[in-house]
Every structure is written in C-alpha cells, then in structure tokens.
Design a protein around this ligand. Structure first.
Ligand SMILES: Nc1ncnc2c1ncn2[C@@H]1O[C@H](COP(=O)(O)OP(=O)(O)OP(=O)(O)O)[C@@H](O)[C@H]1O
Length: 252
C-alpha cells in the first residue's frame, strides 16, 4: 500500500492458552493518526504493544504473524529491539515523569544513548519540549521537579521524553484518560500537530476523541479486528453490524 509505515499481517498473540489477538491484518499509513477502539479486554493494548515489541517483556506471550516497519520485519531475530523502541516510542495512560527535574526527564534517554555534550543536550531538550507544546510553560522551570507540574503538563513532558529519542512512530495508550477536559483538548491538539512529523497509533475509550483526531479507526472485539476504515466511515456508515452496535453504545 502507498505510504504504508506499518504492515501487520495475520498477527496472532497468545497469553498462554488465551488467544488474545486473532489473525489481525492492518496497514498503518505514514503521517496519519490511527485510533484503536473496542470494549475492555478486546486486545487494543496488546495490539499496540506488539508494534514495538513490548510484549517481549511478557514471558507467556507468544506471537505469530508479521509486522513490517518500512517493509522490514520487526520480529526478525537480527532486529535491535532497543533501536526499534527508539523508532517506535510509547506514551502511557498515567503521566509518569521520572522523579527528577523537567530537564533531566527529557535528557535522560539521550544521556543513556551516550550524548554528553551540554549544548547538544540542551538543544535536544528544547526541541522535544517545543515539539510537545510545553516549552513556553516550563522554560523558566527546567530545573524544577517534573512531578510538581499539572497532570496535563506531566503528560506533555512524557510526550517530550518520547520525542527526544527521535521516533518515527508514537504509540499512545489512552494518553488522556487520566486528564481533565481542558488538558485532554490540549493533548488532542498536540497529537494532531504531531502527525505532521510522526505516525500516531492511539488506544482510546473515548469515541468522540477518535472522531475528533483520528484519520482511521480500527474496531476490535474479542481479539478480532472487526473493521478498519477511515474514521468517518466507521462512525457514519459502519460496514459491520458489530461496529454499529458498539458505536451506538449498545454493547461494550
Ligand atoms: N500481561 C498479560 N498477561 C496475560 N494476559 C493478558 C496480559 N495483558 C492482557 N491480557 C489479556 O489479553 C486480553 C486483551 O487485553 P488488553 O489489555 O490487550 O485489552 P484492552 O482492549 O486494551 O483492554 P482495556 O481497554 O481494558 O485496557 C484480555 O483477555 C486480557 O486479560
């Protein structure tokens, strides 16, 4: 497919005897926002974690199928998983900055990568904070503890931390579910801005959020990808009766 960033082909995932993803295939296009929706336990987070091999950390998770990133299999044994996770960054539900200053939070990853030069680090931190639309709010407070910021600001610090690694794809697992409506809207605006540079895949329980920000929506049910289509089609003219029941609030 033209502009494909990630191609997922017949992906199955088992947690021991629990078949959590069932033959999922999907093309995720570059510079788009893809929303993953579906009832609790349908496999959204599991699917998201497959995209940067976070499930490798779960001992009993077994995967079959293929995921290609720019045409290359991310599960190939020669893949450097640390590098993969640099290319495919992740933002979680609970904003969880490290208990250190704003500056050190962002510089943490680059320092681990061996960048020591102060000017270079300063530039990376500034760029990442600007990219996460939080620079103006914290530029006078770079030495302050990140945990002293509001929840919405902390989440943008976490996004900045992900950006500092220089990713191509951002995976977001319900990034606004712990935030108030104003902070949520700010993060949504930011995500729409981020797609100019990055490819975004976001799990959300909030269907309005999916309609507000995503280009394409994937509806999961019981480990199966029921429907994957442009967001407008999913919400205005779903092809599958199960999608229709879900988006009209009749189950889930
Ligand atoms: N680490 C794990 N070990 C074992 N089973 C797991 C693990 N993580 C998820 N599961 C199981 O896999 C299935 C899918 O869970 P997953 O968390 O991916 O769903 P979800 O759609 O993201 O749910 P939610 O919306 O509640 O976060 C569920 O049956 C869940 O119990």
């Amino acid at each position: 497919m033209k502009n494909s960033k990630l191609s997922v082909m017949n992906l199955n995932l088992y947690y021991g005897g629990n078949h959590a993803l069932k033959g999922v295939s999907m093309e995720i296009r570059k510079n788009t926002i893809t929303a993953l929706i579906g009832p609790s336990g349908c496999g959204k987070s599991t699917f998201l974690r497959c995209l940067n091999r976070m499930n490798d950390l779960t001992e009993k998770a077994r995967i079959e199928g293929q995921i290609l990133l720019d045409g290359e299999d991310i599960y190939d044994s020669r893949v450097d998983v640390t590098l993969l996770r640099k290319r495919v960054g992740m933002v979680f539900q609970q904003p969880a900055p490290f208990p250190m200053s704003v500056y050190d939070n962002i510089a943490f990853g680059p320092r681990v990568q061996g960048i020591k030069d102060r000017h270079r680090l300063e530039k990376i931190v500034e760029e990442a904070l600007k990219g996460a639309a939080i620079y103006d709010e914290v530029k006078e407070r770079l030495k302050y503890p990140a945990l002293g910021l509001s929840g919405g600001q902390q989440q943008r610090i976490c996004i900045a931390r992900a950006l500092a690694a220089g990713p191509e794809i951002l995976l977001m697992d319900e990034p606004t579910s712990a935030l108030d409506p104003i902070s949520t809207l700010k993060i949504e605006e930011l995500i729409k801005e981020l797609k100019k540079k990055y490819t975004v895949v976001i799990v959300t329980h909030n269907m309005q959020q999916a309609t507000r920000i995503s280009d394409e929506t994937a509806f999961f049910l019981d480990g199966e990808l029921v429907e994957f289509a442009p967001t407008e089609d999913i919400f205005c003219r779903p092809a599958d009766w199960r999608t229709e029941r879900y988006i009209t609030g009749r189950f889930g």
